[in-house]
Design a protein around this ligand. Structure first.
Ligand code: SAH
Length: 344
């Protein structure tokens, strides 16, 4: 086991079978060696800096029907909302004052926000906050649309691939959604010059160790700038209402492995991790993560952007409580910095 980890730390590549072995292993000291290596690797690139992003969940309308997601079109119980342009800009304003230098616009695939409307919004944000980075996370679109948004000033794009296994993808999404399309989007985004993030849930229904090994293989070959990983958490008004939540331990192991595969990756300790475990954020950082994305949305949005049950938006998950987050990070030896936080 130790030799496999040494090899991964040096070469950043393993076989599918080797990844599976590392994921399954119950060896006691594996965890510690893995986290130590991940921490050391992260420090080579980012020192003890933690980057923060202000997350603006600007719409929960969505035309898609992903089986796991609380804001899926088929969930008639969801209270739908969309923020106005003014509301979004005032989120940025508040965020800037708090020290955020990256804003993430995330939402469902809401046809109300046409490509043109989004481009206008992007222009306005970048004009007002020229020293900030802007990240989009609004799903699958054509190359032309991604190009328009890039030219409008968007810097980064988060689009989790969700699972790199074709059959598994089928089990998480209705048939009109295709893994090939999602991957094509990722390739287009990268080619257009975005800093691109892929990622997946841990413990989503029907996921096997082989699926996760394939996720790692995909990350190894795609070489993303960012990777979003969080445990699956069930939502009561979805087809997966009765499914078990993902494991925090396994999520931490995957964070550490991804750090070793792509040493300079921007790796958030996700909200889902913080939702399942009190000190989830800290554990994520100690496993190799270097980014936190607290919520900058207005109150009404926080209540209704429910991707899964009990999703946190208070405490460290709240952008306003950055001082609190700063203290908690300080306590475990890390510094929250006021910085765009680009991929090194
Ligand atoms: N519409 C955008 C944003 C989706 S929400 C897009 O398609 O990219 C952001 C991420 O939340 C998703 O990619 C998914 O991985 C995660 N997510 C959704 N439902 C979840 C659940 N029930 N548990 C944990 N994570 C979930």
């Amino acid at each position: 086991m130790k030799t496999l980890l040494d090899k991964l730390e040096k070469e950043h590549i393993l076989s599918l079978e080797e990844y599976e072995i590392l994921l399954k292993s119950r060896e006691e000291d594996l965890r510690q060696i893995l986290f130590e290596k991940a921490d050391r690797t992260r420090r080579q690139y980012y020192g003890r800096d933690i980057y923060v992003r202000g997350l603006i969940e600007f719409t929960n309308y969505c035309k898609n029907n992903c089986y796991y997601c609380g804001i899926r079109a088929g969930n008639t119980k969801a209270q739908r909302y969309r923020l106005t342009e003014e509301e979004i800009l005032s989120c940025c304003d508040r965020g800037y004052g708090l020290g955020y230098r990256t804003f993430v616009l995330q939402g469902g695939e809401d046809v109300f926000f046409t490509p043109k409307k989004m481009a206008d919004l992007i222009c306005q944000i970048k004009e007002r906050y020229s020293d900030c980075a802007l990240t989009l996370s609004i799903g699958e679109h054509s190359r032309e649309v991604y190009k328009m948004w890039k030219e409008a000033g968007a810097d980064r794009y988060l689009l989790r691939h969700e699972t790199a296994d074709k059959e598994h993808y089928r089990k998480l999404h209705p048939k009109e959604m295709l893994l090939e399309n999602r991957k094509q989007c990722l390739y287009d985004l990268k080619e257009l010059g975005y800093q691109v993030g892929c990622g997946f849930m841990v413990g989503s229904p029907a996921q096997t160790y082989e699926c996760l090994a394939k996720d790692l293989k995909f990350i190894e070959s795609f070489q993303p700038h960012m990777v979003g990983i969080g445990p699956f958490i069930s939502h009561k008004d979805t087809p997966f209402a009765d499914k078990e939540n993902g494991s925090v331990e396994l999520t931490l192991r995957l964070l550490a492995l991804v750090r070793l595969i792509v040493p300079n990756v921007l790796l958030p300790a996700t909200t889902a991790l913080g939702t399942l475990r009190d000190n989830g954020r800290e554990l994520g950082i100690l496993a190799g993560a270097n980014v936190c994305m607290p919520n900058l949305s207005p109150e009404c949005a926080r209540e209704n952007y429910m991707l899964y049950d009990k999703k946190l938006s208070t405490g460290e998950e709240s952008a306003e409580e950055i001082e609190n987050l700063r203290k908690k990070m300080k306590k475990i030896g890390y510094n929250v910095v006021v910085h765009r936080g680009d991929c090194k």
